[in-house]
Write a protein that binds this ligand. Structure first.
Ligand code: CU
Length: 150
């Protein structure tokens, strides 16, 4: 293979890698995450939840459509609803993040559910969570494990 062809291939690869980084061009991510935490539970609990404040600082409505984490078999987006006088969790397809607004994930409300933990979580451990949006790049965060009230 000629040297010029190699160089051309390299240029294409580098361009492709950059395109993958941020399909909308450069600039800060429109969504900021405040106060992330994963609820500390007694050992033996297979599931727990992550809470945080999502700030959509951009002028476009967005939605959180999925979350991923290596600490559990599955990760779902959940809300609470009243069923026969009891609060129950239910999976939701997405969590709306209106433009220039705060969306709060908190106990008793919206949350990210970590299902079938691979290992018990320890207090202070930082859990990697990747947030997936409908129309913005993915966002990775590390949420400390603690009691929500602390
Ligand atoms: Cu849940």
């Amino acid at each position: 293979m000629g040297r010029s062809l190699l160089f051309a291939l390299l240029v294409i690869l580098v361009a492709a890698a950059h395109a993958d980084d941020d399909p909308r061009g450069s600039g800060p991510h429109p969504v900021k995450i405040d106060q992330p935490l994963v609820r500390l539970l007694p050992p033996g609990q297979p599931n727990t939840a992550a809470f945080m404040v999502l700030r959509n600082t951009g002028g476009r409505n967005l939605a959180l459509i999925a979350a991923e984490s290596a600490v559990s078999r599955a990760v779902e987006l959940h809300d609470h609803e009243m069923v026969d006088g009891m609060m129950r969790m239910r999976e939701v397809g997405q969590i709306a993040l209106p433009a220039n607004s705060l969306t709060v994930l908190e106990p008793g409300g919206l949350h990210v559910m970590l299902i079938d933990l691979h290992e018990p979580l320890r207090a202070g451990q930082r859990v990697p969570i990747t947030l997936v949006f409908d129309d913005a790049p993915r966002l990775e965060l590390h949420a400390p494990v603690r009691h929500p009230g602390d």
